[in-house]
Write a new protein. Sequence first.
Length: 301
Amino acid sequence: MVKKLVLLVVGVLMAALFAGCGNDAPKEQASKKIQVVTSFNAMAEFTKAIGGDKVEVSTIIPDGVEPHDFELKPENMKQLATAQVFVYNGFGMEPWAQQAIDAAKNDKLVTVVATEGVEAIKNTDPEEIKEHGAEDPHAWLSLKNAKIEVKNIKEALVKVDPKNKDYYEKNYTEYVAKLDAMIKKYESEFAKAPHKNFVTGHAAFAYLCRDFGLEQNSVEDVFAEGEPNAAQLAELIEYAKENHVTTIFAEEMASPEVSKTLAQEVGAKVETIYTIESNEDDKTYLQRMDENLTKILASLQ
Ligand SMILES: [Zn+2]
């Protein structure tokens, strides 16, 4: 009798244990995704494009926060303490990155500086160099640089998760093909465009200009600082008139009001342009670049 009861109890316990395992299985599988922390939206976009459903991506700089003067918070260190991969742009975009890595004390963390191998455009303003470093950080706004950035990310994912190498390689090859197709499409169009100059919110498009032989001018500087004074605004108006600028591009986070005033002064229209420093309208990197390039091209006719 006692023996039977013991067996019964053991049986019930075993059943409970197995049931428990059964319930835990999907959760366990979900946590097997590679945990990737990225610095800001464009880095998250590239990582998702390559990592697909094998990665879980979080972003340190919250949406809607101006990234050039972002300050690191204690919770960001926690994010990195449990991550497997940390992807950041480099070129001075994240002056806090090394401090965050050191504070995380995570020996297993694989760090990707996405711009490694990108040819930098140097800053010229001594004040900017002093405050932000020698390079213009906005490398991701070039489709050609994007090819290098996704390659660096792909290599890190393969290193951390070699059993899914083929999956990451396939996503990478497909993504690069899309980037190449977009480069090809716009290269010939921009070459034919009668004008080459455009005016935007902050000077974020130097690399895009290098890709397509264009020239930018802007309401704010490279690091989205310093709204123009009356004299600078007058200069911008003069520039816009001289260069047949018919569209002033406005960014969500860089003085859109000044862009509107400028447009009014020169009789230009205002168009949105994406810097991909934050989530904008829930659009992918490719969608936003395509829209940017279409609008810039239209403004140069
Ligand atoms: Zn910027």
